[in-house]
Design a protein around this ligand. Structure first.
Ligand code: SF4
Length: 245
């Protein structure tokens, strides 16, 4: 959306990005490249919004203060600090690390300057639109078309979208199993960090919704599953080679 807005000479005063701190390294490199491009074309830099506390602090250390939550946790024997893994019912990360920051800043700019907020939702996810300006929807540009436009402008996200269908936080528990399999294969250093987070969450919160990565899987169980799949694959390859010989 930003690239097309630049091409179409639409007015742009501020470009915001909310950083969870858990994006892929390739995404941070992409943002640097995009920032340089934006500065060349429009003389402005990307405004990065960051919450006061990190993802890991919120996951493991944030003290609980609401009396009802404290009472509930004491009853269940859950520690009084940390939110644990984000879950369907308590998706604390999106709110605290992204939407609250953006909404607050957008509302400030709307109130003080009458700003117009453009959001890059694509035409094939128009059901997400809610009261802002959505140029990609107006122009009928789907996610696939938008990605191609980025590629055509020389932005390939370090190849992330050739590996992953979605590329937001690498530690996201809402990822599909296939994406996690790819994470282990293509980003082993991030997979190792995910295993560490998993161990820490299980040690702190136990095997309930806060301590368990996905409803039916810990990261360690996924590691066992993926390692077994690799083993099976190499046995098949060896026997195929032996057959060819
Ligand atoms: S990508 Fe996943 S982990 Fe990151 S903020 Fe969104 S829901 Fe939370």
């Amino acid at each position: 959306m930003l690239l097309l807005m630049i091409d179409k000479e639409m007015p742009i005063d501020i470009v915001m990005f909310a950083d969870t701190g858990m994006e892929f390294p390739e995404m941070y490199a992409h943002l640097e490249k995009l920032d340089t491009y934006l500065y060349e074309k429009r003389g402005i830099h990307i405004t990065v919004l960051r919450a006061k506390h990190s993802y890991e602090y919120l996951m493991f250390e944030e003290p609980k203060v609401k009396p009802k939550t404290i009472e509930n946790r004491i009853q269940k024997g859950i520690p009084l600090h940390g939110n644990g893994w984000p879950g369907i019912r308590v998706r604390w990360c999106t709110g605290q690390l992204k939407t609250h920051l953006i909404t607050k800043e957008v509302n400030r700019l709307k109130g003080e300057l009458g700003a117009v907020n453009y959001v890059g939702i694509a035409a094939d996810e128009a059901w997400r639109c809610a009261g802002e300006k959505y140029p990609l929807v107006e122009w009928g540009i789907t996610e696939e078309m938008a990605l191609q436009i980025c590629y055509d402008h020389g932005f390939d996200f370090g190849g992330l979208y050739r590996i992953y269908r979605r590329a937001s936080c690498w530690c996201c528990p809402f990822q599909r199993i296939g994406e996690l399999r790819n994470l282990r294969k293509h980003h082993p250093e991030l997979w190792a960090r995910l295993r560490e987070l998993d161990k820490r969450a299980l040690a702190q919160f136990g095997p309930g919704p806060l301590g368990q990565f996905k409803q039916n899987w810990t990261v360690e169980q996924l590691e066992t599953r993926f390692a077994a799949e690799d083993e099976q694959l190499s046995i098949m390859e060896e026997s195929q080679n032996a057959y060819n010989d």
